[in-house]
Design a protein around this ligand. Sequence first.
Ligand code: PBG
Length: 334
Amino acid sequence: MTTPFPQSFPRTRLRRLRQAPWIRSLTGEHVLTPSDLIWSMVVHDGSDPKIPVGSMPGLFRLNVEEAAKAARRARELSIPAIAIFPHIDPAHKDEMGSEALNGEGLIPRVIKSMKDAAPEVGIICDVALDPFTSHGHDGVIDANGYVLNDKTSDLLVRQALVQAEAGADVVAPSDMMDGRIGAIRDALEDGGYANTMILSYAAKYASGFYGPYRDAIGSATALKGDKKTYQQNPANSDEALREVAMDIAEGADMVMVKPGLPYLDIVRRVSETFAVPTIAFQVSGEYAQIKAASQNGWIDGDRVMMETLLSFKRAGAAGIITYFAEEAAAALGA
Ligand code: PBG
């Protein structure tokens, strides 16, 4: 926006509005509140309540009971929703990611125990096969390692139905197959889950920032090759708008841009172009960078955490999926 009147020094001294906390607060254009945060949480199937993730200091894989406690904690902190990601025992992985379709599997059990513990907290489930496949790709592969679009989409539909049946409020396809939003929306409608929301990972880039996540869910060593034939090229911006437009047309209720900070320009373009809630994902590598520099005493970690979260609001995000949710909400409530 351009200023509609001339401004010049010394009549205009912009520093006047910065001189004290009260006036800075009064003239602040954006605010961050706990209700902007979605708690990104990794769960596992073992008896250990909490297992630390080496590349993500402060993050733990939680078992089912601990995840239920975390849901109560989210409610206490006014965090509206939790996004859950599974660490799957390698013994349960196969080429097809079959475990993703197990109605008694880890994710359905976590959903049920969280819903028992804190039914007011929204549960968002990742729809993708990578935590479940022996090769670490988000879908099924052919003999050349190419991820097959339509075959994968069929499986994602079944995975989404398993999650909806277990009580997930939102299914969030993160796989980047073409056409899967429409297929999932139709299946939810037919299956009696018309109110289950879809948060589409619409503009998801093939990014190096996912490294620590693959560690956290145990797919790092499994992954053969990269995900560039399905995730977006970091060089592209217009393509993100095409992805988002298609996902909205196919029935997405909300769309996501991922990673977050390196793609703030995309968050801005998407939120300005489409009248749907845009969610930004501050991914594992972004979290790890801040934690590592902070542990070295090179930056003030709490301050940088808040600054990055606020930057998503400035860029137009309706919400932020972040591993900092608990920490940030606690700080905001203090
Ligand atoms: C996979 C998925 C990924 C993340 C969420 N879902 C990684 C990937 O695409 O390889 C990344 C989350 C993060 O880095 O925090 N479907």
